[in-house]
Design a protein around this ligand. Sequence first.
Ligand code: FMN
Length: 217
Amino acid sequence: MIEEVSNYLNQIRHEFTKAALNEEAADNNPLEQYAKWFEEAVGGQVLDPKAMVISTVNAEGKPSSRVVYTRGVTDKGMLFYTNYLSRKGHDLADNPHISINIFWPEMERQIRFEGLVHRVSDIESDAYFAARPRESQIGAWASEQSQTITNRKELENRVKQFEEEFKGKDVPRPPHWGGYEVEINYAEFWQGRPARLHDRIIYELKNGKWELYRVAP
Ligand SMILES: Cc1cc2nc3c(=O)[nH]c(=O)nc-3n(C[C@H](O)[C@H](O)[C@H](O)COP(=O)(O)O)c2cc1C
């Protein structure tokens, strides 16, 4: 099975033909450029354009990646919400550097961001938490994200326990759950092009100003 898959992987090729990106067309601000591409991704039927891969590096220098949902764009960067005591939460407490990768195959586009995270204010996290469906709110209490559990039943029992605890009341935000803002200082917009001659436009924040340049594919 592995060999067949390996052979298959070796043989398939994809030609990128849909669009181009050049220095003149790119916005001066990478977050505006993201917003523009996001709109196009929605229009282009990208399955889940909110999804982004975030990579963290722990105190030992070990990287790890996972998908989270983008829950906002600010003038500085991107927002996501999670459990502060999760593996990523521990990584970010030790090392606030983060990288983001967004791949929209339907658009033949990849976006990369790099930056530093900080927690959003409690008020902001409260407001976002309050707007979530009740079962997600209960889930945030029930799931000790990234901790080993004996079986699924244990998780389901914890859900029941918190449903009981908060019966007839609003579910408060757990203190260990909230948002991060990724303040970006580097961005890349990649547009696939024929013959692997892809467009790569880089933005780098230097003395508070975005510098834009192209790199080879
Ligand atoms: C499409 C998708 C969206 C996800 N969105 C989130 C999210 O917004 N926040 C979150 O904490 N985990 C989200 N997850 C789960 C994470 O990928 C991951 O399993 C979890 O955060 C634990 O990661 P960690 O153990 O590295 O901290 C999502 C997963 C997928 C596949």
